[in-house]
Structure formats: C-alpha cells, structure tokens
Design a protein around this ligand. Structure first.
Ligand SMILES: Nc1ncnc2c1ncn2[C@@H]1O[C@H](COP(=O)(O)OP(=O)(O)OP(=O)(O)O)[C@@H](O)[C@H]1O
Length: 548
C-alpha cells in the first residue's frame, strides 16, 4: 500500500502540546495517517476522541494541500447510546482544534463531521430483511469510516462493515480493548489489540515515527518480529479524566491488572488490593464527606438493608423530582415538552444500578421489582393507573430497548423514560388529558426526542437495574455495581472493569461476600473471535508492515 502520509512532519498546530511523556496521541495520528486501517485503543478519557478529531483534521489538511475534494468521512458506533455519547462530545473536540494558525484552518474544521450514526444505520438496513443497502456489490460512498466503541462490535457486524467498504476506503477503530466484548459472537477489538500494551513496532516503524513525530521509542516497544497489525495499532495510556493515583482511575487500573504472580492470583489478596482504594467502607453514601464520595464500598446483608434502600432512593430521586418539578403544564408547547423530556433523561443518567446477572435477588429482574416497590413505599413513584390498579406502564418507568426496531428507529440498548404528556382533545371544549408516552433521545445528532406509544414497544424492560453487558457504551455520573452472592462464570475482571469505567464521577460497589469479588478479579475472559489465531496463521511479515 502506498504511504498516505507524504509529508515528513505533521502540520505544526496539530503537533502542539499536551502529549505527555511519550506523545502517544501524536504517534496514533502519524500511524493512522499513513495507513488505510488503524486501531486507537485506550481506557476511559485517554483522549481517543480528541486524537481522532486531530487525525481527521490532519487528513483533511493533507487532502486540501493536494488540491483534492475533502474526504467523505462518516462516524459510527455500534449502539444508539454509544452514537449519542460520541455525538455529545465530538462537536466540542472539533471546536477546540487548534487550527487558528492555518490559513485554511476553518475549511478543515468544517470538513470534519459532527454527527454520529449507528453501524446499522450507516449500512442502511432493508425493511423486513436481514440485508443492508450497502455491501460488497454496492459499497458505501465514503472515503473514511471511524467506528467508536469498537469493543462492542461483533464479528458479523464487523464483517458486514468491511464488505461494504470500497477498496480505497479507510477504516479507523476506536475503543477500549479491556472492556467486555460484544454479547454476540466475537471479541474483535480485544483480539486485534492483544499486543497493544507492548506496541511491537518494528525498527523501521520506530525510525519512521522518530522522523515524523520526533519521539524516540524506548527499546521495550520495539520488536523486529512485530506483526503488520501492530504497526497500525496504538494504545493511549494517560487518562485525562481520572487521576492515576486515586479514585476511579486507580481502581480501574488495579482491577484491570493482569494477575501474574501467585500473590496476585490469590482472591483474598486481589480483594484487599482493590478494597484498600475505597476511602470509606460499609457506610452509607449520605454520611460521607464530599471528598470521599468518588469510591464507596458497602457490604450488604440483603436487599432490605438500609444502605441499599438509601442508595437506590437517593440515586433515582433526582430524575423523579425533575419529572414532577419541571412538568411544563397542560398547555405547554411541544418544544417545552421535549425540553422537559431532555431534562428528565439527563437526570436519569445521573445514577445507574448495574448487576451482573439477570436472575436471583441480585439479578436485574429481581432488583427491578424490588426497586419499584421501594420507590412506591417512599412515595417517589405511583404505578396505579386512573382506575387505581397497578399497571406495567407508569409515569417515571425507565425502559431499555432489548431488540432493534427499524420501524420505530430504536436500537437495542436505547433507554427511554415514560412520561405523562398533555394531549388536547380535538373536539370542543378541547380539554387536556394526560397520556403515557415514552421519550427516547434521538441518536441522529438532531438532539430531538422520539415519542413512542407504550403499546408499540414490544421488546423493552424496566431499567432501574441493568446488566453490565447492556451498560456498555453508556456512562453515568454515579454507577453502583451490585455483585451476586456467589461466584458465577460471567463474573470476570473485564466485567468489573467495564462496570467501574461506566462511572464519570462516582462508583459504589455493593457486595455480600468478599470472596466473590476476589475470585472475579482472578479471572479473565478467554477471547473467542478466532481473529487472533487467524492473524498468527497468516503470519503477516514485518516487511509488509514497513510498507504500510
Ligand atoms: N492531550 C490532551 N491534553 C489535555 N486534555 C486532553 C487531551 N486529550 C484529551 N483531553 C481531555 O480529556 C478528556 C477526555 O478526552 P476524550 O473524550 O478525547 O477521551 P476518550 O478516550 O475519547 O474518552 P471516552 O472514555 O469518553 O471514550 C476531555 O475532556 C479532553 O478535552
């Protein structure tokens, strides 16, 4: 493949500042710019989005310099929720691009897309069929696709995407290799990034990077036998969101650490190493001073424990209060009703209880029933309909979509909230009544609300508690993980890491048996997409890599 980065250096404004000890972000830009395929992996807040936006600016800049039309770029994510999250952050990153010193800086900025779609929508599913409009015979009319949250893409979807790309098109995968893989078959990103921590750059790649970025890589990252894949893979290592020496970042690192020595393989040792990072143990959150609130561990005897009741009621009180207090009234305009839904949805994302299993008292089904009862007892929720009988649908019910629905344009993983919205009768005297509708944020970048009749939602479940698997691609201000009371095969390091890294500001661990956490921390998922073995079998040589 012809080198795509023709220049010996990256445009100076893109090379400025904030790169840390080794400029991994700059290395990522350089390697991804010279290749048709690249992977940028890193934990939460390590700058993947910021880096890819800089990379896109670099590529558009090079295209304009070559007097060519701008690259047709599409941004995609595997779920609606993940797409919405990237949608929310990308515009800010583009606005922050330090392009002022470039004569065509604003032209470059305008050539970077701000809207993110789901992979499904990118390929355009055909109605009533498993086929897509875009495939090998009718490839996507794009030059570059960026896929965020690539750890959630299963083998089949990845295959459909690759088939639908033109031979000249480029693909960049972003994601956290240490997160749980897709619930469907395959751990594509985890397999592709198996050696990312040690880099395995060939001496030729090392020399090229030195010339282009000015960075001299230490020997530990150089491997004369490095595979071609390693030459296009970069792991970002510094979290700008979490401090490495405390709180959520430190806990994620401890949980994620490969258990190598026999000491680290001892469940009790692993449990103690993790638990010592929690400043407060076995105490209710409400009693803690602010500074100690980032991490909390609570050992619970059962779901009736006061600590559990306080946590759940405190966690969900905010959005239920917003539902009542911010109600725009019976005569509100549609825009005011949409704004209300936005407020309630944002407040609902403040707290999320995560569980490992579906069944059992610590599984999502039992927890959801229990939490509905608790919230009713505290007067925070009413589930009776107008005739006074308890109903499955009630104002405040948060629901999770469990199956894609092309007609409703809802994706597996989307979260909506049921609200009692005012509807005016068409006939005089035009009385207003309240009807239940479910509000979903649109994931098409429009920032709108999709209102759906509850009866049209065939595959949804209440989501006061959700499984960690379903929470992938989402973030919550405060996440609480409740562990089951017995060891289970699905409980692994990756699962706990994924749960912790869903938290933006606070993480609470709820457990009954310390041994359950200890055992989980000694167990990693066995990767299963088959891609790693295929790569080894292909034995792609490093000469190929040097020509990438
Ligand atoms: N080089 C940098 N110097 C300083 N701050 C940075 C740098 N890169 C990123 N940041 C900041 O760190 C935060 C996280 O960055 P970003 O969203 O790019 O990371 P991410 O890896 O995409 O995160 P996520 O886990 O949400 O996917 C942002 O506030 C961003 O402005």
């Amino acid at each position: 493949m012809k080198p795509l980065l023709a220049k010996d250096n990256i445009s100076p404004p893109l090379a400025k500042g904030g790169w840390g000890d080794l400029p991994w972000e700059k290395i990522a830009c350089a390697l991804a710019a010279r290749s048709a395929f690249a992977i940028i992996t890193g934990g939460p807040g390590t700058g993947k989005t910021t880096t890819v936006v800089r990379l896109l600016a670099l590529l558009q800049g090079l295209t304009f310099d070559a007097k060519q039309p701008p690259l047709r770029i599409r941004l995609a994510a595997p779920t609606g929720k993940a797409a919405a999250r990237l949608n929310a952050s990308i515009a800010g990153r583009i606005a922050d691009l330090p392009l002022a010193a470039l004569a065509n800086g604003e032209q470059i900025r305008a050539a970077i897309p701000t809207s993110v779609t789901t992979l499904h929508r990118l390929l355009e599913p055909l109605p009533h069929s498993r086929h897509f409009r875009y495939h090998a015979g009718n490839p996507l009319p794009v030059d570059l696709v960026v896929v965020d949250e690539a750890s959630m893409v299963d083998v089949e979807m990845m295959a459909r995407l690759l088939e639908a790309l033109r031979p000249e098109a480029r693909l960049i995968l972003l994601g956290d290799k240490d997160q749980l893989a897709s619930v469907e078959a395959g751990a594509v990103l985890g397999d592709l990034c198996a050696g990312a921590a040690a880099a395995h750059y060939t001496p030729a790649t090392g020399d090229w990077l030195q010339r282009v970025t000015g960075a001299t890589l230490p020997n530990k990252y150089i491997d004369p036998a490095g595979l071609a894949l390693a030459q296009v893979t970069v792991m970002l290592r510094h979290s700008y969101r979490f401090r490495a020496d405390g709180g959520i970042g430190a806990l994620a690192a401890v949980v994620n650490a490969e258990p190598t020595t026999s000491e680290q393989l001892d469940p009790t040792q692993r449990f103690n190493a993790a638990l010592q990072l929690f400043p407060e143990k076995s105490s209710s959150i409400a009693q803690q001073p602010n500074a100690a609130k980032q991490l909390t561990a609570i050992q619970l005897p059962n779901t009736q424990a006061n600590e559990f009741i306080d946590l759940v009621c405190d966690g969900y009180r905010g959005y239920l209060a917003a539902m009542h207090d911010d109600d725009p009234g019976d005569n509100a305009a549609p825009t005011a009703i949409d704004a209300w839904a936005h407020t309630v949805l944002a407040a609902q994302a403040e707290f999320q209880l995560l569980a490992v299993l579906r069944e059992g008292i610590w599984g999502v089904t039992g927890l959801n029933q229990h939490i509905v009862t608790l919230l009713q007892q505290k007067g925070l929720l009413r589930i009776e309909n107008a005739t006074g009988t308890p109903s499955q649908w009630f104002a405040g019910r948060p629901v999770l979509v469990t199956r894609n629905d092309a007609n409703l344009q809802l994706m597996n993983g989307d979260i909506g909230i049921t609200l009692a919205v005012p509807v005016r009768n068409a006939e005089p005297p035009h009385l207003t009544r309240r009807v239940l509708r479910v509000a979903f944020p649109r994931s098409d970048g429009s920032n709108g609300i999709r209102w759906v009749l509850p009866s049209r939602l065939q595959a949804v479940e209440t989501v006061f508690a959700m499984t960690v698997h379903k929470a992938q691609g989402s973030e919550f201000t405060h996440t609480a993980l409740v562990l089951p009371d017995a060891v289970n095969p699905v409980l692994t390091q990756e699962l706990i890491y994924t749960a912790i890294t869903r938290s933006k500001q606070r993480f609470t661990l709820l457990y009954t048996q310390s041994s359950v956490l200890g055992e989980a921390l000694c167990r990693r998922v066995v990767r299963s997409s088959g891609i790693a073995n295929s790569l080894k079998r292909l034995n792609i040589s490093t000469e190929n890599a040097a020509n990438v």
